[in-house]
Design a protein around this ligand. Structure first.
Ligand SMILES: N[C@@H](CCC[C@H](N)C(=O)O)C(=O)O
Length: 291
């Protein structure tokens, strides 16, 4: 049975209003996924909040929907559209780990080895990279202050913000906004204490995902990400790409292939000359059900 078959299953009698979902994770970044092409489901904010809450619902960091592509997506060759909702119900433009999981479902469904997925952050090329692994081309990585967006003009290569040991950060957008801080010793940083100050700074009118990265060697980073709206995630795919890009911009890594170690595991990031980044990593199925 394909994963898309689970999403297309008829709802058993006695569960009115519920729709099939599957729960997947990418390096322990967890997602509840609905297929709106087959079983359209209203997703009011209250439902998203409850679904993400492990005590009240299923437990996840994002709710994802698979939808038919928009006319613009279809024109760009998109197979389907993915939407990403954070635990507070707000929509995010990009999520690297989610893209791998949804692409895995759709690669399996279509029997293809590659396809294009439409997201709020643009059209993303996705390809199989193993039985349970996917490579996604994310980007372009943008650094103009209006593109982050910032509330006012500021140097995105040297942000005028500090919180504890976080200083001289960079702001980047890869479909969603990130601030990256390069530190000497990641274990010495209390990310939960210092990252929220940056995330909630009025310089970021849409908030920001805060990455704290340590350069291990010329091709390896360690990274923790305090994601919007306020979670210390086990893994952040977009965060890994922008951290690799930021470290290379600072001349702290050589070459284009960088391994990023997150609490949930490792991602490989290949920085392309045009500002795009190919992120490769695993996907995993947790369970399926009706919600
Ligand atoms: N919380 C983020 C979206 C999720 C990012 C994700 N975990 C990833 O793997 O990239 C946001 O609000 O931008």
């Amino acid at each position: 049975m394909l994963l898309s078959d689970y999403l297309a299953q008829a709802v058993p009698p006695g569960l009115p209003g519920l729709k099939p979902f599957i729960k997947m994770h990418g390096l322990r970044n967890h997602f509840v996924i609905f297929d709106q092409r087959v079983h359209p489901r209203a997703l009011p904010v209250a439902d998203i909040v409850r679904l993400c809450d492990v005590e009240a619902g299923v437990g996840a960091e994002q709710v994802l929907t698979i939808e038919a592509p928009t006319p613009a997506g279809t024109a760009g060759g998109s197979y389907a559209r993915m939407r990403i909702f954070n635990i507070d119900g707000r929509e995010a433009g990009a999520c690297g780990n989610a893209t791998r999981c949804v692409a895995h479902i759709l690669l399996e469904e279509s029997g293809r080895d590659e396809l294009v997925l439409e997201t709020g952050g643009g059209l993303l090329a996705c390809r199989r990279a193993g039985p349970m692994a996917v490579a996604v081309t994310l980007g372009p990585i943008l650094m103009e202050w209006e593109q982050i967006p910032l509330a006012r003009e500021a140097d995105t290569a040297h942000l005028p913000l500090a919180s504890g040991p976080l200083r001289d950060g960079l702001a980047l957008n890869i479909g969603n906004p990130h601030a990256v801080f390069l530190v000497r010793d990641l274990d010495a940083v209390d990310v939960r204490a210092v990252a929220p100050v940056i995330q909630n700074d009025p310089l970021f009118p849409e908030g920001v995902n805060v990455g704290v990265a340590e350069v291990v060697d010329s091709a390896t980073l360690r990274l923790k990400v305090w994601e919007r709206p306020g979670i210390l995630t086990k893994a952040c795919g977009t965060g890994a790409c922008v951290a690799a890009y930021a470290a290379r911009l600072r001349g702290l890594v050589d070459g284009n292939s960088i391994t990023v170690h997150l609490p949930g595991g490792a991602l490989s990031v290949e920085l392309l000359p045009d500002g795009y980044a190919v992120m490769t990593g695993p996907v995993a199925l947790c369970c399926f059900g009706y919600a």
